[in-house]
Design a protein around this ligand. Sequence first.
Ligand SMILES: Nc1ncnc2c1ncn2[C@@H]1O[C@H](COP(=O)(O)OP(=O)(O)OP(=O)(O)O)[C@@H](O)[C@H]1O
Ligand SMILES: [Mg+2]
Length: 306
Amino acid sequence: MALLEIRALRKRYGTVEALRGLSLDVERGEFFGLLGPNGAGKSTTINILLGLIIADSGSIRIFDHDFASNHVAIRRRMNVAAAFTSMNGVLTVWENLMIYGRIYGVKHLPRKIDELLERFEITDLAKRRLQHLSSGQHTRVTLCKGFLNDPELLLLDECTVGLDPDIAEKTRRALQAVQQERKTTILFTSHNMNEVEELCGRIAFLSQGQILRVDTAAHIKRLIPHQVVEVTFQAGSDLTPIRQLHGISRIEQNGDYALRFVLDDPTRQLDPLLRHLTQSGSPIVDIHVSRPTLEDVFIKVARGEL
Ligand SMILES: Nc1ncnc2c1ncn2[C@@H]1O[C@H](COP(=O)(O)OP(=O)(O)OP(=O)(O)O)[C@@H](O)[C@H]1O
Ligand SMILES: [Mg+2]
């Protein structure tokens, strides 16, 4: 039994079909990514799981209970942190977390708040009013709020926007650590592919209100098998003989003295290519081999090319 089971979920806003029969299983303890272009239906799904909007049809089971008939009890065991979660701006960080903690009935609340502030490295912000925080600081307060009630299921909707690279890295570490300690099941949306790849075990690709594919990042990347080798030769080199190589899918000019080789079967093509290059006699000044990224796959999925 999955911790979260979504079946044939449909939601229409006027003429817009936001969800068209979405089905998804998330297992207990998973850090699960929900990816998809703008308007794919990610926030709609999360808002339905929060009870903020009601689906037109379909069913949801969470913790093996029917969500529609048990949502009050289920929601006590869940929480959310979203990019634009609105907290009370005139109150301090501490006061806001105290209010949420009381709503959730958190035991040993001050200790819990201290622990989370420390975890997300914002202890020094405790007495600052929320309206005076930078967006990255606000984001981390939102994450503290998300973990306050030790949720079994945590919904994170673009909860890491606006973080600088250093803080983003620390926040990912903190998120991973808390998730592993507490075995929290996380449903995570983000447009930052590196972050999704680093944090999420499985990823669902959502497009136009439907799940296209669910798999690990490593498997998803294999949807694009090719590898690209970019080679820059010394200025003045004659590239004509180098271009006479058969068995390579595509050879493109990439600047006056640079070529790009696209290999659709790297295990067979890479070795002959490298031999050919070294035998060509033209000195190589730079070489770069790249594999498809999750972002490459995302772009193809979003454009309907996969
Ligand atoms: N309250 C609403 N009224 C009308 N249409 C809406 C409403 N909320 C969402 N939609 C539409 O439903 C579709 C799905 O939107 P949703 O916010 O779920 O997308 P998303 O995947 O979260 O996108 P993003 O990556 O931009 O956050 C979009 O076409 C959107 O315009
Ligand atoms: Mg959204």
